[in-house]
Design a protein around this ligand. Structure first.
Ligand code: ADP
Ligand code: MG
Length: 350
């Protein structure tokens, strides 16, 4: 493991910003920490970078214990949301800074700065000052500065938070390309689940100073380990009902067969909006309900429908659209929706 975080605790007065975090990142891996504001993401990153000394636990980098080492001894590159470039230095001087701190020979500095500026497609911007660049360009300079010295680990703390959507999307691809070509071990932080799903080899979902679940994006989406993960990653219908061995009684849908028998008592089923079907195919599905369309949102390739079930909760359905096909249902219409029991995931009780 390139990075190994073991039982890290960090308290601020009565608040435990980190309540015992374990995390392993393999060499060349891109791992994302996804969590809401205040969940402890930045504190975790600071503990790894050396800007925060944990109260308990250990940080290992390349097998070496760096828990108490100062930041500059860790060889970690960092990018923050607010660029943090030196305003009075040119782009090239900003990027050269970590190499000069490491007293690299002048010829090597010039060569590396040129190489990395080419990698982020800013080769002709070396002489500009940060204020003469757009936000996206400044963030690419920050990225170049973070990788120019060949760090053992790259840490990115919500680096695209201040950028508009289009720019964010192009930078997401660019960071991923750079990370792959340099085989950089990367820990990326975001509160944006879409961004996490797009970018990551693995995702760790964090809440209240703890990692709730860690895994492949597809696994977290299909089989969330907690209600929090189910709700935070992607859109979800969380259907509350009562289990009795091989089935669950779910208001609106009636008896829903379960793949794995559950203990008798309350149960939560996760049904993703795309698993809820409308139209002709519904009659063939074993689990059905009648409902009124409360709201329809057109999303281009698909439409999102909010429905109020008869004798049941509100649910979300996402239905694919074809350009020539009529809209699936109008607001106010009463329709039948259904799903296949294989598409249901039982959310484990906390
Ligand atoms: P995130 O980056 O996920 O938004 P943070 O790591 O910044 O979360 O903060 C986690 C918790 O720790 C929050 O409740 C925050 O208020 C608290 N916290 C972070 N830094 C400090 C500090 N220096 N002093 C006191 N409380 C802090
Ligand atoms: Mg933060």
């Amino acid at each position: 493991m390139q990075l190994s975080v073991q039982r890290i605790v960090r308290r601020f007065g009565p608040v435990a910003a980190l309540g015992g975090v374990d995390l392993e990142v393999a060499e060349g891996e891109f791992l994302t920490i996804l969590g809401p504001s205040g969940s402890g993401k930045t504190t975790l990153l600071k503990a790894i970078a050396g800007f925060e000394i944990p109260d308990e636990g250990t940080v290992l980098l390349g097998g070496e214990d760096v828990t108490l080492a100062p930041p500059r001894q860790r060889d970690v590159g960092m990018v923050f949301q607010n660029y943090a470039l030196f305003p009075h230095l040119t782009v090239a001087q900003n990027v050269a800074f970590p190499l000069e701190m490491r007293r690299r020979p002048r010829a090597e500095v010039a060569r590396r700065v040129e190489d990395v500026l080419r990698l982020v497609e800013l080769q002709s911007f070396g002489g500009r000052l940060p204020r003469q660049l757009s936000g996206g360009q400044q963030q690419r300079v920050a990225l170049a500065r973070a990788v120019v010295f060949g760090p053992r680990l790259l840490l990115l703390d919500e680096p695209f938070g201040a950028l508009d959507r289009k720019l964010r999307e192009s930078l997401q691809l660019e960071v991923r390309r750079l990370q792959r070509s340099l085989r950089l071990t990367t820990l990326f932080i975001t509160h944006d689940q879409e961004e996490a799903l797009i970018m990551s080899d693995r995702i760790a979902v964090m809440d209240k100073g703890r990692i709730q679940q860690i895994g492949l994006p597809g696994d977290l989406y299909a089989r969330p380990a907690t209600r929090f993960v189910a709700d935070f990653l992607g859109e979800s219908n969380l259907l509350e009902g009562t289990a009795s061995a091989a089935s669950a009684s779910i208001p609106g849908f009636g008896e829903v067969p379960l793949a794995a028998p559950q203990p008798a008592g309350p149960v939560t089923l996760l049904l993703r909006p795309e698993a809820l079907r409308l139209g002709g195919e519904v009659e063939a599905l074993p689990c059905r309900a009648r409902g009124t369309v409360v709201e329809t949102v057109f999303l281009g390739l698909s439409a999102k429908l909010r429905l109020r079930l008869q004798d049941g909760p509100e649910v979300l359905a996402r239905v694919p659209l074809r350009p020539s096909a009529p809209p699936p249902a109008a607001e106010g219409e009463v329709v039948t929706v259904g799903f296949s029991p294989e598409d249901v995931h039982v959310v484990p009780r906390a």
